[in-house]
Design a binder for this molecule. Sequence first.
Ligand SMILES: C[S@@+](CC[C@H](N)C(=O)[O-])C[C@H]1O[C@@H](n2cnc3c(N)ncnc32)[C@H](O)[C@@H]1O
Ligand SMILES: Nc1nc2[nH]cc(C(=O)O)c2c(=O)[nH]1
Ligand code: SF4
Ligand SMILES: [Mg+2]
Length: 210
Amino acid sequence: METKAIEELVEQGLYLPLMEAFYTIQGEGHHTGTAAYFIRVGGCDVGCHWCDVKESWNPKTHPPTAIEKIVKEAHQYSDTIVITGGEPLTWDMHPLTSALKQKGMRIHIETSGAYPMTGVWDWICLSPKKIKLPQPEIYKRADELKVVIFNKHDFKFAEQQAEKLETNAILYLQPEWSVREKMMPLIVDYVMKHPKWKISLQTHKYLRIP
Ligand SMILES: C[S@@+](CC[C@H](N)C(=O)[O-])C[C@H]1O[C@@H](n2cnc3c(N)ncnc32)[C@H](O)[C@@H]1O
Ligand SMILES: Nc1nc2[nH]cc(C(=O)O)c2c(=O)[nH]1
Ligand code: SF4
Ligand SMILES: [Mg+2]
């Protein structure tokens, strides 16, 4: 197909720049420990300096892939799907999520919420970022709020974000991986003082699985 035609299909969400897809165990947040098939869509311009998948940022480095192909593959592994990235909401998520839904799958998203919500979701994990704040509508939809704690100022940011929620989202603080040793004692102390928060760890990294 011509580049122009593919670009148009990506524009419509019928093709997506696919970085990788893999069957693993959800490592973070509320569904930690649950087997799930991850679809990692390329493209993100939020720019978190500590992002653990910077290779995902440039969509041009990931092959535009037909959603039918993504869905067919996913269906062979699991009925619980996690769509992540990159920032999945960079793209129109309606075509992919409706196709997955038609096969009866449960669909979760990992998102910064920085772009408008598209798609049908069974579980929305909102991980807001200071440098590109979530779009207001996602605070009405989030099932969990997962704030990455890189330094002590991030506790304040976490509280500000929790205040914006219009759902009973479950609240998590997750240590930024490279500073986990330093920040964990502060997070433990914070959660004991403010027990509406729970700790989320990137357990897949401890387990050395994808
Ligand atoms: C790589 S992001 C992709 C999805 C989306 N762009 C987002 O940020 O939510 C997946 C999750 O990993 C978290 N994350 C990314 N880098 C991290 C790091 N170095 N330490 C801890 N969590 C991290 C993000 O906050 C997000 O909750
Ligand atoms: N096992 C596993 N769990 C995850 N939860 C969120 C992830 C992500 O990168 O979005 C992730 C990931 O990359 N691997
Ligand atoms: S929003 Fe997500 S993918 Fe984008 S830079 Fe931040 S952590 Fe990485
Ligand atoms: Mg990850």
